[in-house]
Design a protein around this ligand. Structure first.
Ligand code: TMP
Length: 207
């Protein structure tokens, strides 16, 4: 299965992606945990371009850079892993472009949907980790370290991103499961595993 984790800042995706990958490994699956932007050398290079620096990209250029990184990631890392029978757990995928560039920065959402279609890889399951806006903002403040280009944007931007993820999840219920992520790590992890088990059962029935 190809599983993606999505959500705004401070939703706990990276922690949950690591815990999910460990749990799947413990069940005997071969698992690749990866992330976007990144997950292949060229894509990690573009991650530094996108998250660092002070360039005020045009929204289409920024969208295309995310998709350039994504195509590199899909072709060099994700597809080969899936072809080898691995489970792939990916921290962010194209829903992040729709939420951040589309809903957050006002890029053309039709343009993003077209590019997503061209990538031609749809997750089997997308876990949308949803935290109340204030909790996400608190966790972000508590993180320490230098903020990246997106983390530095204002609260209204992050609220549009969070609302964007909620809309995306509502518009694709066959793929997305919203996981309330304001609770403690173990509670969220149980909800994540329950969603994965539910989807695996459905996939087995469909076969
Ligand atoms: P993260 O590794 O902390 O999730 O950081 C990645 C940042 O990049 C995060 O702020 C979201 C942003 N991003 C986009 O704006 N568009 C995208 O398509 C992706 C994958 C990430």
């Amino acid at each position: 299965m190809f599983i993606t984790l999505e959500g705004g800042e401070g939703a706990g995706k990276s922690t949950q992606a690591a815990l999910l990958a460990d749990a799947l490994c413990a069940r005997g699956h071969a698992v690749l945990r990866t992330r976007e932007p990144g997950g292949a050398p060229g894509a990690e290079f573009l991650r530094n371009v996108l998250l660092g620096g002070t360039i005020d990209w045009s929204s289409r250029a920024e969208t295309l850079l995310h998709f350039a990184a994504r195509v590199e990631h899909v072709e060099k890392t994700i597809r080969p892993a899936l072809a080898a029978g691995m489970w792939v757990v990916c921290d962010r995928f194209y829903d992040s472009t729709l939420a951040y560039q589309g809903y957050g920065q006002g890029a053309d959402r039709g343009f993003i949907a077209t590019l997503a279609g061209l990538v031609g890889l749809v997750p089997d399951l997308t876990l949308v980790l949803d935290v109340p806006d204030a909790v996400g903002a608190d966790r972000l403040r508590g993180r320490g370290g230098a903020a990246d280009r997106y983390e530095k944007l204002d609260a209204a931007f992050h609220q549009r991103v969070n609302d964007g993820f909620r809309s995306i999840a509502a518009s694709a219920p066959e793929r997305c499961v919203v996981v309330p992520a304001g609770a403690d790590i173990q509670t969220v992890q149980s909800a994540v595993l329950a969603a994965v088990d539910g989807r695996s059962r459905l996939a087995l029935i469909a076969r």
